[in-house]
Design a protein around this ligand. Structure first.
Ligand SMILES: Cc1ncc(COP(=O)(O)O)c(C=O)c1O
Length: 509
């Protein structure tokens, strides 16, 4: 039975294992109680000092827990009044949420992948369906990547100058010096078993995502993961909801599979999923909930639950692209949408591109159980299996602790580079909004008054050798509603950022 609002918080039953991270355990147990209704919306949580003393743990552990719950939208604070639980009451919680603790990506799923014909689209969408593979490529292809070493402010590039190549090359040499002959034939289409184990363990500890190695399929970057979803979860002509503005490479993968792109607006809570109700034939949604690409919005808890409920009602799928989740500057990475999924509707996509470097071409899917075999078979038909050395070396890199160390190094570096951008960015540029706060990710979007001014600023930046992406490029054709500048700040060091900002000031004033 769900708790009644206003019942006092009862900490009895919270059991913590002192050998493990206390704040993570407390966070998991509180989150679970909030989601299953044992702690109802509106309940006031004890002051951190009081809860710490009841549980016999340090106040810092409780503060860290509250910070994480706050960041994920489970609680809010009122100055002088205390800390309150804020789970949106009116939302239809995904079935079983009220009775069961999270156990992973779900079980007992419908295996139906059948499609329904499109019946209607509406004016929030921009239906586009060009009925030939070559025709679609004509319209939906990616620009040739920018060549050469990274420049300020190239988007999508992490601080890969900091990658420990000496460690990587030693691990590679060790693997190839005396390779296991048994591994040099055709490998598993789903990827190296050890790497899959290690990725599952990493996601369990860093994201609170309870998944097993059996659910993981290694891919050639996030793009191949998204491409597999496009091939397997869509029939030609079916609709797919994408954030608008959004990640073009994902939309293009769906469009090339013959899907209609339904551009759904993004507001301060993330994808406006109420609009999905009108698109009756849509059963697949692609989202970037931790850090919307490119606006930087974090999807609120209310929207997450709404989207999950939609997918459950439609027997549809949600593709969660967690491309830069490691980069959060105010606390631990946010728990993904997949960690809230009780009915196996979320396909989680991860990549090593933003922590290591894009050219590695290594990513993965975490799949609901019944999708694992179709994805494995499809991948076998497409590529047989991935190259053995990179997977084995990445597994060793993680097992020896280099990966976690490198993530910390990359986060520190991105933070310094972000600070350099905030410090040196020219203020008061005509037609340009002030720089927004940057709490996560490797890029920022700054609003500009109109597309004409946006184009002018981008062109002038180019004359002083500074790369800036126009926000216009991220809208589906014919749907643009705002303009802006999209800047990556992690690709180059603080000095280069400062110099680039000075050149911009000269070009723009
Ligand atoms: C939204 C989004 N998803 C995924 C990726 C990474 O894709 P991949 O792993 O294929 O390099 C990027 C890269 O910029 C991205 O912006």
């Amino acid at each position: 039975m769900l708790a009644q609002p206003g019942l006092p918080f009862d900490p009895s039953g919270i059991v913590l294992d002192r050998r493990q991270g206390l704040s993570r355990q407390l966070y998991q147990q509180l989150r679970c109680r909030i989601l299953d209704g044992r702690i109802s919306s509106g309940t006031r949580l004890p002051a951190s000092r009081d809860l710490a003393s009841v549980l016999g743990i340090s106040r810092n552990s409780v503060v860290r827990t509250y910070d994480q719950l706050y960041a994920e939208g489970f609680i809010h604070g009122r100055v002088g009044a205390g800390t309150f639980v804020t789970l949106p009451e009116k939302l239809p919680l995904p079935e079983k949420l009220s009775t069961k603790l999270p156990t992973g990506l779900g079980a007992g799923l419908s295996t139906s992948l059948s499609t329904k014909p499109i019946q209607s689209t509406d004016d929030m969408v921009s239906p586009v369906w060009v009925n030939s593979a070559f025709g679609r490529l004509q319209q939906y292809h990616l620009p040739v990547p920018k060549a050469g070493p990274p420049k300020a402010f190239r988007v999508g590039i992490p601080a890969f100058d900091l990658f420990p190549f000496h460690v990587w090359s030693k691990l590679h040499a060790a693997f190839w010096r005396n390779p296991d002959i048994g591994r040099l034939g055709y490998g598993e289409a789903e990827g190296d078993p050890r790497l899959r184990e290690l990725i599952a363990a990493y996601l369990r500890s860093s994201r609170g995502l309870s998944c097993s190695a059996e659910q993981i399929v290694i891919t050639c970057g996030a793009q191949q993961a998204i491409g597999l979803c496009a091939q397997l979860l869509l029939e030609p002509g079916e609709a797919v909801a994408v954030e608008n503005p959004g990640y073009r490479a994902a939309g293009f993968a769906f469009a090339n599979a013959g899907a209609q792109l339904l551009g759904v607006p993004v507001d301060n809570h993330g994808m406006a999923c109420a609009e999905l109700e009108q698109a009756e034939a849509c059963r697949l949604a692609y989202v970037t909930p931790a850090h919307q690409y490119p606006t930087g919005v974090t999807m609120s808890l209310g929207r997450r639950l709404e989207l999950l409920a939609w997918a459950e009602r439609r027997q549809g799928w949600i593709i969660e692209d967690d491309y830069d989740g490691e980069y959060r500057y105010t606390g631990a990475p946010l728990a993904p949408l997949a960690a809230l999924d009780r009915s196996g509707r979320v396909i989680y996509v991860g990549t090593f591109a933003k922590v290591a470097f894009p050219a590695l071409r290594l990513g993965y899917l975490v799949l609901p159980q019944q999708l694992v075999e179709p994805f494995r078979r499809r991948r076998a038909v497409d590529v047989r299996s991935s190259e053995v050395g990179t997977q084995a070396v990445m597994a060793e890199f993680i097992a020896q602790g280099h990966f976690q160390r490198h993530i910390r190094r990359m986060r520190r570096a991105a933070l310094k580079r972000r600070d350099a951008l905030l410090q040196h960015w020219p203020a008061g540029v005509v037609g340009c909004s002030p720089m927004p706060p940057i709490d996560a990710g490797l890029h920022v979007t700054i609003a500009v008054d109109n597309p004409e001014r946006e184009a002018e600023l981008v062109r002038l930046a180019d004359t002083v050798d500074v790369e800036i992406n126009p926000l216009s490029d991220y809208w589906l054709a014919g749907t643009q509603q705002s303009a802006g500048l999209v800047l990556g700040f992690a690709a180059v060091d603080e000095q280069v950022i400062e110099q680039a900002a000075k050149r911009l000031a000269r070009a723009w004033f």
